[in-house]
Ligand binder design. Structure first.
Ligand code: HEM
Ligand SMILES: [Cu+2]
Length: 686
């Protein structure tokens, strides 16, 4: 799509020709996005909920609300990215020796948005949301260390996601893939605004994630309840800590890469143009210095989730806790040392390739340790199989297969054969789908009753699970074969008819995955309808082991009326064993809570304006956004923010309601976990 001279000097490069009118598929997508947004806004207006949303949610600095908003953002973006994946699969199945139903240009945008969304606006917000919700509760804290910064991080991430959504309507997006490799993304090869959308969306997301990493790491160091020393933290907190440290060190490399690319594109600098004295390998190094740790940023929290699941649903302490901690730390460190495997084929010496091939394979060792620890955790346990654990089991098998194909790719000569084929696409989805997405869906199923006070319907959960797992195998196993047959990745058309059967199977798998996503949506809808009979107000429906299960569901704003004293690993389990769980404290104290703040959403809006202005060269808007952000922060530092205090009586009243629920509930045995009689008072170790 050509960028025409602008209609008005006020609109920069933006004109009506930005609407994707030349493609039915793109126009349809834009229409769905607009109607979806309008429908949502209309519904909120009709219900008269804007004020409520603004006061209770958008400006909230409560880690639990922020966590939930992150997960909602992730689920919305997941829906878009899965549908894009489906369109790509249908296109490739259709476009054998013909052009198919979408253009090559559009296909390029699809894999770029799909990949960028899945990594930056699905996986990252999802794991940030789950950690936000769960981690402070697990360490017995009242909130994260910097609650307002938490809200700012969310707003910046949401602004990045909004920019990608806007690109659906005021097109085009980049065709440079999720990695945005220069020199393809330099102005001379990508003159349109697509790359600029990618640059600013990703930059906003990565700044948000850097801040989040700092916030989480400080929280984990500083806010642990008395007695919760590092080696007593639930494993999920360990993975959260390692992920946060990776975020702090890896995200800035990405921010630098996108910033330098922006300087090249906007000010004609030559960081990455070979003919201007720059070097495109500088981009590749910066990107993968971020990009390889990134795959561990997105996978480690899932490892934490699975650790909690295997231990809870086996009613056993985690096997090999110390080795799991060491393995997590080892993976985090090694993840920074292997990035050169992303350019085995770019002309470095065989010695370098050998060294980085071996370094890459080393990561298999701590990962293998983890797999054995999880299996031994279940060994001789009283294992039960509710939906969250099913995702865990599917993960174990599928992730190992993906890992083995990764070892293959780490052999440089093999990589020469299959790099840039669908073999690679199969491999990384084989890691990311079980390793990230399954973990996050499992976390959502596991902690949902805690967050909302009622359980999700098991039957719909199992159906969704079945569709996702079978769909996964159908969609991605054929890609290994296709890759070995030489089918390149990122190709809009296929010129070898013998590949067609495999492509049809893969498309069928994508359809099944989409149905799995629909089943998850229906599960949520049905569960909300039947929420009354599924309520678990006491807060411990799964016979949990760590502190987040020790408060009501949903937890009160302040989490714990009295900060718990921890003297064992699996702190809540130990309390249940010794009969000290559910013991009211002798007296309640007043609790100071941070005031909600508009600075997050205000900065998010200004950042979005700045980014949008930069994309379309609308300089007044960009200036307003940037100067406005600086001004807003300055003003904000001068506004007094008194803490809000809940009096001891208010706390006592809230807690009394919880103790009443405990008194009313009958203890639920493990077999009755899914019965309506389970009000969240698990029998405890039986
Ligand atoms: C839910 C099912 C999914 C399906 C059916 C799917 C399908 C696809 C397809 C068809 C491509 C393009 C491959 C090509 O051009 O040859 C692709 C690329 C990609 N996908 Fe997925 N995907 C799925 C989930 C995910 C998830 C969960 C993630 C990450 C967490 C992810 C990350 C990526 C990335 C990073 C790319 C590369 C984009 C690029 O080439 O720059 N995908 N996927
Ligand atoms: Cu890598």
């Amino acid at each position: 799509m050509g960028i025409e001279a602008s209609v008005s000097p006020w609109l920069g490069k933006l004109s009506l020709s930005a609407l994707p009118t030349d493609s039915v598929v793109a126009m349809g997508a834009a229409l769905i996005a607009v109607l979806g947004a309008l429908g949502m806004a209309g519904y909120i207006t009709w219900k008269g909920k804007w004020r409520y949303l603004w006061r209770e949610w958008f400006t909230s600095v409560d880690h639990k609300r922020i966590g939930i908003m992150y997960v909602v953002l992730a689920l919305v973006m997941l829906a878009r990215a899965v549908i894009e994946a489906l369109v790509m699969r249908l296109q490739q199945a259709d476009a054998v020796n013909q052009s198919g139903f979408i253009s090559a240009e559009h296909f390029g945008q699809l894999f770029s948005t799909h990949g960028s969304i899945m990594i930056f606006f699905m996986a990252m917000p999802f794991l940030t949301g789950i950690i936000n919700y769960v981690m402070p509760l697990q360490i017995g804290a009242r909130d994260v260390s910097f609650p307002t910064l938490n809200s700012i991080s969310l707003a910046l991430t949401a602004a990045g996601a909004a920019l990608v959504m806007i690109s659906l309507i005021l097109a085009p997006f980049s065709t440079g893939g999720w990695s945005g490799y220069a020199p393809f993304t330099e102005l001379s090869f990508s003159p349109g605004v697509g790359v600029d959308y990618w640059i600013w969306a990703v930059t906003l997301g990565s700044i948000g994630s850097t801040l989040t990493g700092i916030n989480f790491a400080v929280t984990l160091y500083k806010q642990r309840a008395p007695g919760m020393d590092l080696m007593r933290m639930p494993l999920f907190c360990w993975t959260a800590l390692c992920t946060s440290i990776l975020m702090i060190f890896a995200m800035p490399a990405l921010t630098v890469a996108t910033a330098l690319l922006a300087l090249d594109r906007y000010l004609g600098m030559h960081f990455f143009t070979n003919d201007g004295g720059g070097n495109m390998m500088l981009y590749a190094n910066l990107f993968w210095l971020f990009g390889h740790p990134e795959v561990y940023i997105v996978v480690l929290p899932s490892f934490g989730v699975f650790s909690e699941l295997f231990s809870t649903f086996s009613a056993k302490q985690l096997y090999g806790y110390t080795s799991l901690v060491i393995a997590t730390l080892t993976i985090a460190v090694l993840s920074f040392t292997v990035w050169l495997h992303h350019f085995f084929t770019m002309g470095q010496s065989a010695h370098i390739n050998a060294v980085f091939g071996i370094a890459t394979m080393l990561i298999g060792i701590p990962t293998g340790v983890k797999i054995y620890d999880w299996i031994f955790t279940m060994f001789r346990g009283q294992v039960r199989f509710p939906t969250p654990l099913l995702w865990g089991l599917a993960f174990l098998v599928t992730f190992v297969i993906g890992g083995l194909t990764g070892i293959l790719l780490a052999i440089p000569p093999v990589d020469f054969l299959v790099h840039n084929t669908t073999f690679l696409v199969a491999h990384f989805h084989n890691m990311l789908i079980p390793g990230t997405l399954f973990g996050m869906i499992a976390a959502y199923q596991f902690w949902f009753p805690k967050a909302f006070g009622f359980r999700l319907e098991e039957r719909w959960g199992k159906l969704a699970f079945g569709c996702w797992v079978v769909g996964f195998y159908l969609a991605f196993m054929p890609l290994y074969v296709l890759g070995l047959e030489g089918m390149p990745r990122r190709s809009a058309q296929v010129f070898d008819p013998s590949l067609r059967p495999w492509l049809l199977v893969a498309a069928g798998g994508a359809v099944l995955i989409t149905l799995g996503l629909a089943a998850l949506v229906l599960q949520l809808a049905v569960s909300i309808r039947h929420r009354d009979r599924n309520r678990v107000p006491v807060g411990d429906p799964w016979d949990g082991r760590s502190l987040e299960w020790a408060c009501s569901a949903p937890p009160p704003e302040y989490n714990f009326a009295r900060i718990p004293q921890v003297d064992a690993r699996d702190a809540f389990w130990a309390m249940k064993q010794s009969g000290t769980a559910y013991m009211p404290p002798p007296r309640y104290d007043a609790i100071a809570l941070p005031q909600s703040s508009a600075i997050g959403p205000v900065l998010g809006g200004l950042a979005l304006a700045a980014a949008f202005g930069l994309v379309w060269h609308i300089w007044w808007m960009a200036g307003l956004g940037v100067l406005g952000s600086i001004g807003a922060v300055i003003v904000w530092t001068f506004v007094p923010r008194p803490e809000r205090t809940l009096s001891a009586e208010q706390v006592a009243r809230t807690e009394a309601r919880w103790y009443a629920a405990i008194a009313e509930a009958t203890p639920a045995s493990r077999d009755a976990e899914h019965a309506t009689s389970n009000r969240g008072l698990a029998q405890g170790g039986a």
